[in-house]
Design a protein around this ligand. Sequence first.
Ligand SMILES: Cc1cc2nc3c(=O)[nH]c(=O)nc-3n(C[C@H](O)[C@H](O)[C@H](O)COP(=O)(O)OP(=O)(O)OC[C@H]3O[C@@H](n4cnc5c(N)ncnc54)[C@H](O)[C@@H]3O)c2cc1C
Length: 402
Amino acid sequence: MNTPKKTISIIGGGASALMFACSIDTGKYDVTLYEKNKTLGRKFLVAGDGGLNLTHSENSDQFSKRYTPFDFLLPSLNHFSNIDFINWLESIGIQTFVGTSKRVFPKKGIKPIDVLNAIIAKITDNNVTIKTEFTWLGFKNKDLVFDNLGTKHLINSGLTVFALGGASWKITGSVGDWSNCFSEKDIIINPFYPSNCAYKINWDESILKLISGKPLKNSSFTCNNKTIKGEAVLTNFGIEGSGIYPLSPEIRAQLITNKLAKLYIDFKPDLSQVEILKRFESNFNLSMKDILSKRLNLTDVQISLIKNITTKDDYLNAEFLCLLIKSFPLELIDFADIDEAISTVGGISLNEINETFELNKLPNHYCLGEMLDFDAPTGGYLLQACFSMGKFLANNLNEFKQ
Ligand SMILES: Cc1cc2nc3c(=O)[nH]c(=O)nc-3n(C[C@H](O)[C@H](O)[C@H](O)COP(=O)(O)OP(=O)(O)OC[C@H]3O[C@@H](n4cnc5c(N)ncnc54)[C@H](O)[C@@H]3O)c2cc1C
């Protein structure tokens, strides 16, 4: 007589759950995915609004270093790398291309909803049952409690995979309201903080009209000895952009400890201080403004920022200006609202899971994706992390002897 298949409940229908559902062996397991929204993958679609950056094309050594902490994801990334992901996408009919930033996107003409639909078709083909409008409320003894349109359901599941997301963009369903269900089981939940977000600056009113909405291109940004080359946009609120997001762990640490983080901008990362000084010296017949704009190609925004914090005397001091050009200081005084952040850190402490994402205190219960306390910058690293974790766990369970 055949023994009945073990059941798996996947809770959440975001990136990590979708990959798990595509990859789990339904010959071995009876699998149901529960999602509280009417549809799957709402955050995946939001992520696609400005161009769906699925992963990054850099080599595996560099790739794995983007994560904080970098080591917990290594087994998943080694198991299912960016190249594996690109090939997998191709296998479900989604072709990709590498942009100039080395980020990987679906080929022109393929919309985020097309990618999502291809993934859902794969899940359906894999005979995973999908139940939407099922909200997980918590545990009751050994059962999972769900609400489905006002009706309570108790589900006894052999294995459970939680993929409940982080705590930003609540409209997508990822609200982080599951913390209590785990802390009741003595599982440590670290507080949520925004990551990949804007940071607040107390700008002088007088400078705002000159800089607000303006980009800082070809600059490098430093916080706590970590330097990132990239771009940022100055706004009424403060500063944000691809040059700032990778510094989120360093900025966050300073904001939490000191309620202030120090950011330094190098407006001319390709010129040394000596080279900059030479341009001042060889153009002493020009006005300072002309040296800055014509000989050093600083933008009006950069010049306004420099002027804003220099006295008249300092503005005529080449050495002093040189220091500001190479290391312009900004004080960040707060995070943007967590709901506006591209991702969050916090959630289930990594000390609570083993190498296959199983909760140490709740055997047979696994956690995947942004609900785990790790950090990654934008650039496709967040989605790759989720897909790699989903694939890694599914293949681990597929190898289990029942
Ligand atoms: C504006 C924006 C742009 C982004 N752009 C990119 C990008 O270009 N590249 C990139 O790599 N990443 C990007 N990201 C990040 C990326 O989308 C997320 O990191 C990723 O989607 C997280 O996947 P996840 O599976 O952990 O959770 P989510 O995708 O958040 O899914 C969690 C799911 O769980 C469901 N859920 C929650 N609680 C319950 C419950 N109690 N019961 C049942 N279901 C529940 C939610 O409704 C949700 O569908 C972006 C994010 C945002 C907000």
